[in-house]
Design a protein around this ligand. Sequence first.
Ligand code: ATP
Length: 617
Amino acid sequence: MREILLTSQENSSTVGDVLEPLNGPEADEKSGQTGQQFKVGRVLLRRLRRICAVVVKNSAYENVGVWYAGLIAGKLAAEVVYYYAGTLPSEFYRVLGDRDFPAFASLLGRCVVVVGLAGSCKAALEYVSGLIGVVMRQELTRYTHSRYLRAPSFYPAATSSSIDNPDQRITQDIERLTRSGADVLAELLIAPFLIAYYTMQCWSMAGIYGPLAIYIYFGIGAAATRLAMAPIIKQVYMQEQAEGDFRFHHVRTGESAESIAFISGEDRERAAADRALTAVTGTQRRVLGKQLHLGLLTQVFAYMGSTVSYVIIGVPIFMGTYDDKSGTELSSLISVNAFVSIYLIYRFTSVIELTKRMADVAGYATRLVQLWEELDRLDMEAESYDAESGASMCDSAVIVARGLDVCTPNGAQLVTGLDLEIGVQDPLVITGPNGAGKTALLRTLCGLWRPGGGEVQLARSNGALDVFFLPQTPYIIGGSLREQLCYPGLWGGRHAMCYNADIVRILAAVGLSHVADVVGISNLDYPYKVQTWLRLLSPGERQMMSIARVLFWRPKFVMLDECTSALDASAAEALYRAMLDAGITVVSVSHSAHLERFHSRRLHLDGCGGHTIHDIC
Ligand SMILES: Nc1ncnc2c1ncn2[C@@H]1O[C@H](COP(=O)(O)OP(=O)(O)OP(=O)(O)O)[C@@H](O)[C@H]1O
């Protein structure tokens, strides 16, 4: 728990800035505000442990643990084959040196079999490690979905400034983490066994000084690479952040293509896209620059290794240990000895190279676990808020606000001390100048924002919420017409039971009969892409579809945030009449005077924190 708190404090050092700079990572880096720890140490290990625990716990039915144990066992078994293949050249030296043709032919046959086996082992292990990566991705993503896409954390996490691009962390970072993470870990796990085995072999051939020289050589290399690795983790983190911002820019311009084209904003969008690209390539260059240092170390270390292997075998030869051997025997011995010591050095080198891949993995892991940590923090905050406020889940037929202060997440007070009770058949319209806090009041009433003071009680039936909220922008989903109408499918403790006749009746009531005709009654369950729906429905028709959902669910209350702003007066009035006829009490935010007559009271926010409530005659 304490660790979670500490991490949230780490994260929260980036929070609080209301206005975020455009090119986040660069600005963060320059101002030193990233507030993240990128050291290869306890925090990173704790995060990796958490990822492993989630995979193991959630993938029990896929037996990923068994597959992983199999992968490690397979890698160890393959090493026996590689070792055997590695000693074959020394046998070739011997049989060729002795001009022994039958032995040469038989060795050639063995060589073909062994090399074929070694290649097959490698391909099979790559396949298994790829499969494990897929299962890991599936489980980590499902777990993250289960933490992210749920109330009450979803809204604050998705809109939070303390965690960038949650979408990218879920769709891309997990994929990259799992693509190489499983293999890197397996290699790191088998490395100690192989190093122990080849140390013994090297010792038996070259004496204690052989492995000792290699160990000292590796110790220097490991210390140098540890130093070179930390900045890479940080830069990979920054690059991912910049990639997310870049992708977001393109997603947003794609979504807003019409608005941009109407106003001829292409040039400005191109400049902004180029700026985001510069931020990405800038971080990419920095990653490459940091990787160059590590690459220089690992490559020089690797190439120098073969030279060290000749020094190792050279010492016993020049000390006369092998004076009794013939020329052929000595060549064979040098070959096998060189193989053992080069392989031992290669193993050490590959551990160091693995640290390079590990640096990338650590960057992705950091981004993923940071998201979980932010979700932990939000969950804890919600729990303590519920405990403090004693949030009541009792049934109630009214919406009540007592002494309610409406504040933005940054603490700016918009409405002060609101006392309000809305009963059934007591529709209320909320008015006020732009920016007065009308939407903010709805957000606070429905619990998306915490009240700055006072309390809120919402209507409930059998413990389930009886208030439906419709935002300013209608939300259109990908799926069938039935799903479109029944969204979100489960509401107020009820599962959608939507018969064909209901669809036809409700669409007719909101003026969307033609949509049912276009789709066809036999096609009500045919899933269409969201783009198809967006082409089929005009902005006004999307608002009609939102109201159709209200008529389908028939809640006691509905809160409408300028939900008919794209409709002509008669269409908007028809929708209000349909809702009132269905016995639904509306609480509307509206700038349209002609809709006031559908309400019995008006709450007016003056934009300076004050408010008045009047009856509408
Ligand atoms: N997520 C947020 N973080 C900080 N401040 C916010 C946030 N959302 C809105 N605000 C601020 O709260 C104020 C009120 O916004 P709100 O959307 O409630 O106004 P409104 O009365 O609905 O305006 P309009 O009639 O233009 O829709 C605005 O000045 C805005 O800057």
